[in-house]
Write a protein that binds this ligand. Structure first.
Ligand code: ADP
Ligand code: MG
Length: 231
């Protein structure tokens, strides 16, 4: 087993003017390659902030984040972007597709950034995998929420990420659509052997991962294995 993510004594304070808001403190989490875990907690407890720090989207106030052996804390913005592009996939609650690009073009972006060959062919294959081959030339506004999230799944996996962060990926979807997206997420994840960190309100969904980390008021209040952990 190799360690894919190591967070030590992480603290995050947002500063605006002379107001300082500490949203995370004393966070320690270690994940091994291939692990799946859920982060749960009340709204405003710092889940999105934590994911952003783990994924190198933002920088901690103190403590350290080591992602796939790379310590993120002292890296420049550009260097962190490079690490993200190399190792990280991200799925957002509100999809965050680029509105001026078609479904196919959205999936092509990370592949192009990596300088891959046969970008279009690879992107089409991924769109087919999420059941949207025939919608490849549609823009995000022409797609339903569930379809947009399937495009963002294809985009996230196009990177062949070592670790995938999903922030309430079914939070904006109705139950039935959410379940389809969930199923696809777990399937793609299993096929690729990706490490998965999932933020969710949905305890049923959380139970499908191997481990549930609860945060409250910026602290980890429990960290337990689920029935899935024995598989
Ligand atoms: N960029 C920011 N500047 C200032 N405060 C922020 C910022 N982002 C989040 N917060 C605050 O940090 C706290 C945690 O937010 P967040 O990580 O989004 O929680 P969650 O995802 O668990 O709902 C909230 O009180 C939120 O208002
Ligand atoms: Mg959030």
């Amino acid at each position: 087993m190799s360690t894919i993510l190591e967070i030590n004594n992480l603290k995050k304070t947002y500063n605006s003017g002379d107001r300082h808001l500490t949203v995370l403190e004393g966070i320690n989490i270690t994940l091994q390659a291939g692990d799946t875990c859920a982060i749960v907690g009340p709204s405003g407890s710092g889940k999105t902030t934590l994911l952003g720090l783990c994924a190198g989207l933002d920088r901690a106030s103190s403590g350290s984040v080591v992602l796939n052996g790379v310590q993120l804390d002292n890296l420049s913005e550009d260097a962190r972007a490079q690490v993200r592009n190399q190792y990280v996939g991200f799925i957002f609650q509100n999809f965050q597709l680029i509105p001026t690009l078609t479904a196919l073009e959205n999936v092509m972006v990370p592949l192009e950034l990596r300088g891959e060959r046969n970008v279009q062919g690879q992107a089409m294959e991924l769109l087919a995998r999420v059941g949207l081959a025939e919608r490849h030339d549609h823009y995000p506004t022409q797609l339903s929420g569930g379809e947009q999230q399937r495009v963002s799944l294809a985009r996230a996996f196009s990177n062949r990420p070592t670790i995938l962060f999903a922030d309430e990926p079914t939070g904006n979807l109705d139950e039935e659509t959410g379940e389809k997206v969930e199923k696809l997420l777990f399937e793609l994840n299993r096929e690729a052997g990706t490490t998965l960190v999932l933020v969710t309100h949905d305890l049923e969904l959380a139970e499908k991962t191997q481990r549930i980390i609860r945060i409250k008021g910026g602290h980890v209040v429990s960290d337990t294995k689920t029935a899935e952990s024995v598989h």
